[in-house]
Design a protein around this ligand. Structure first.
Ligand SMILES: Nc1ncnc2c1ncn2[C@@H]1O[C@H](COP(=O)(O)OP(=O)(O)OP(=O)(O)O)[C@@H](O)[C@H]1O
Length: 629
């Protein structure tokens, strides 16, 4: 029963991706086989898992396997699995569209430079489409396990804009992908030894037999089949027997990442709890790392049976960049996501896995700071979520954090808290930081003037997550972390008696001025006081110790959160010529205008928004006119 053939258009992005991929991945074309074998193996894993609750899905054929076959006359290479298969809707959703998150960002980042784009495509994941690197046409026959033979689906395309879809009768479940090999690739690829060597290179560790025809005496493929890969789960093999190459190949298989991993850690835990974990830290962040719904994490196996992808319960969220496998001997085979929630075995594995990753990071940071910096640049923002999420490992995570600081005044986040503490001034007992919505805003913040003058280092924090981090990380190595822009700036013993005295005198002398400004600003401020932190700016805003930075308050408000409106404290610098000028102003209306300007510009410098920007501009213009006169 062959239903009418339908022609459908690829989603525009698919077209774009196909063209790009064919060009930029050509030099690495054999990876298409790895991608297709990975998909076949995933399909078998999924079937094995679904069959646990519905054995009928296996239709009597329980030995799951993949066949690789070729026909030099027809110029075809066929990859056939007896896994889960797809129904018509799934074919349309999976093959022909890209439903992945991060797609838009991916296309935005393409540069036209082939080497760079190849790397990006690798990170994005090419999957099934890589078939078109070597094929001029691809036919996919598939039937979902559990469906009748007449519900098979045939998908076909030459990779240039459209594909056809028809319903066909297929005697067996699973997916068969027939590549009609391009003329210039035929000689190379349609060769048993060549194919075996590619399979050996990429797929030895796949715990599923990959079979090819045995070669007969005449050197031609015979009717007999043999397994051509090792087909043993890599993570179950002893560490000493696994080469770095094999670890790397396996990483690409589990992570669908094209590049190499940065590091990995492989452990077998025995005793009360039994499990094996093989965890990788990727070299680059995937496109969807910052997406709330990002998938692909650690895979959970129970006694070598695949249970689920992206088992988010196996690692805390701040370690969501980790890829790999955890294989438990203690969980029941029929675990579901619901059971995983709050399960003690899972919790213990999660805690063990977190410790391993943190330990691995510590080791890299110690032995290879350059490599650690690479890690930090990619994943540091995720790790900064750690102290708020993982209380038990807070101290260990704190040691791993890196920041930009006034020590080098560059945006590179490479200062550890231990570095900072090692450079603290005599008498200094606090770690100072400032948060802002950009590096430049932090670096040029007026609140740092005095600290800079005294040579006291300040951490410059400008990642979104930093406010969250500092609200959970209050001390390191017995020193408290304090914001240079909130509360009273306590410089501890770094201040001399003379400095304190001079400050008191300035405060006294400015009492009258402070009072006048306070009166002029009225309800707009909590209070006005003489600043202790400014040296060259006329004024700045200071928030209460528990207040959130203004730019954060703004962000949350925009996102629809109710924010209690806390009034700022205005600090003035009486030594500044502008204040000397204001003080002389006898017209109270003018004095009021000046005061409002002092407050508004301080709010702007802090990254805040003015409630009445038009009045600010009008005042500024008046002032400019007055000066021009
Ligand atoms: N042999 C197969 N059997 C069953 N389903 C398949 C098979 N090959 C692909 N699929 C389905 O098509 C989807 C898309 O495959 P594709 O290789 O393009 O991307 P992917 O494997 O999901 O991710 P990545 O791009 O990271 O490799 C798969 O997620 C799977 O659902």
């Amino acid at each position: 029963m062959a239903a009418a053939k339908e022609t459908m258009q690829f989603q525009t992005e698919v077209n774009q991706l196909l063209q790009l991929m064919i060009h930029s991945l050509y030099s690495n074309k054999e990876i298409f086989l790895r991608e297709l074998l990975s998909n076949a193996s995933d399909a078998c894993d999924k079937l094995r898992f679904e069959a646990l609750s519905d054995p009928a899905l296996l239709e009597g054929g329980s030995e799951l396997q993949v066949e690789v076959d070729f026909d030099p006359e027809a110029h075809t290479l066929t990859i056939r699995d007896n896994g889960i298969g797809m129904n018509r809707d799934e074919v349309i959703a999976n093959i022909g569209t890209i439903a992945k998150s991060g797609t838009r960002e991916f296309f935005q980042r393409l540069s036209g430079d082939q080497a760079k784009d190849a790397q990006l495509i690798g990170q994005f994941g090419v999957g099934f489409y890589s078939a078109f690197i070597v094929a001029e046409r691809v036919t996919l026959n598939t039937r979902r396990a559990g469906m009748e033979p007449q519900h098979g689906v045939r998908w076909e395309s030459d990779g240039t804009g459209a594909y056809t879809l028809e319903t066909v009768e297929l005697p067996t479940r699973g997916t068969e992908i027939i590549l009609h090999i391009r003329e210039d690739e035929r000689q190379d690829l349609l060769n048993s030894w060549r194919l075996r060597s590619i399979i050996g290179k990429y797929s030895d560790h796949i715990p599923l037999p990959i079979r090819m025809r045995k070669l007969g005496e005449d050197g031609k493929p015979s009717e007999e089949w043999e397994t051509v890969n090792k087909a043993s789960a890599l993570w179950q093999r002893p560490k000493a027997e696994i080469s770095d190459e094999e670890y790397k190949e396996f990483y690409q298989h589990v992570s669908h990442d094209f590049g190499e991993p940065l590091a990995w850690v492989h452990n077998r835990v025995e005793g009360r709890l039994e499990y094996t974990s093989l965890l990788y830290i990727p070299a680059r962040a995937p496109f969807d790392l910052w997406d709330q719904k990002q998938t692909h994490g650690v895979k959970l196996y129970v006694q070598r049976v695949f249970i689920m992808d992206d088992a988010e319960q196996l690692l805390p969220r701040y370690l969501r960049f980790v890829r790999g496998v955890i294989d438990s001997s203690d969980l029941p085979l029929n675990v579901s996501r619901e059971i995983l929630q709050g399960n003690r075995t899972i919790e213990q594995m999660r805690s063990g896995a977190s410790k391993r990753i943190l330990g691995l990071l510590e080791e890299i940071a110690e032995k290879d700071p350059e490599k650690y910096q690479k890690f930090w640049n990619e994943f540091g923002r995720a790790l900064k979520e750690g102290p708020g999420e993982d209380f038990s490992n807070r101290e260990q995570i704190a040691k791993l954090l890196r920041f930009a600081s006034t020590y080098s005044d560059t945006e590179l986040q490479n200062v550890s808290l231990a570095d900072y503490v090692g450079r603290m001034k005599e008498g200094q007992d606090k770690i100072y930081y400032i948060t802002a919505d950009s590096f430049l805003a932090a670096k040029n913040s007026p609140q740092l003037e005095l600290l800079r003058k005294k040579g006291i280092e300040v951490l410059l924090l400008s990642d979104r997550v930093d406010e969250w981090l500092t609200s959970h990380l209050h001390e390191f190595d017995g020193k408290s972390l304090v914001s240079a822009a909130k509360g009273d700036l306590d410089l501890g013993q770094t201040e001399t008696e003379e400095e304190k005295k001079a400050q008191e005198e300035t405060e006294k002398a400015a009492e009258g001025l402070v009072e006048r400004i306070q009166k002029a600003l009225g309800e707009r401020v909590e209070k006005v006081r003489v600043s202790h932190r400014l040296t060259s700016s006329p004024s700045c805003i200071v928030l209460g110790e528990r207040d959130m930075a203004l730019y954060m308050q703004q962000l949350l408000k925009q996102a629809g959160h109710e924010m209690p409106s806390s009034k700022p404290t205005l600090e003035i610098n009486p030594q500044h010529p502008m204040l000397a000028r204001i003080e002389k102003e006898t017209d109270e209306t003018h004095f009021g205008e000046w005061s409002a300007l002092l407050l508004d510009q301080a709010i702007l410098a802090e990254g805040g928004q003015l409630e009445d920007p038009a009045s600010f501009v009008a005042r500024l213009n008046q002032l400019m006119l007055a000066l021009a006169d």
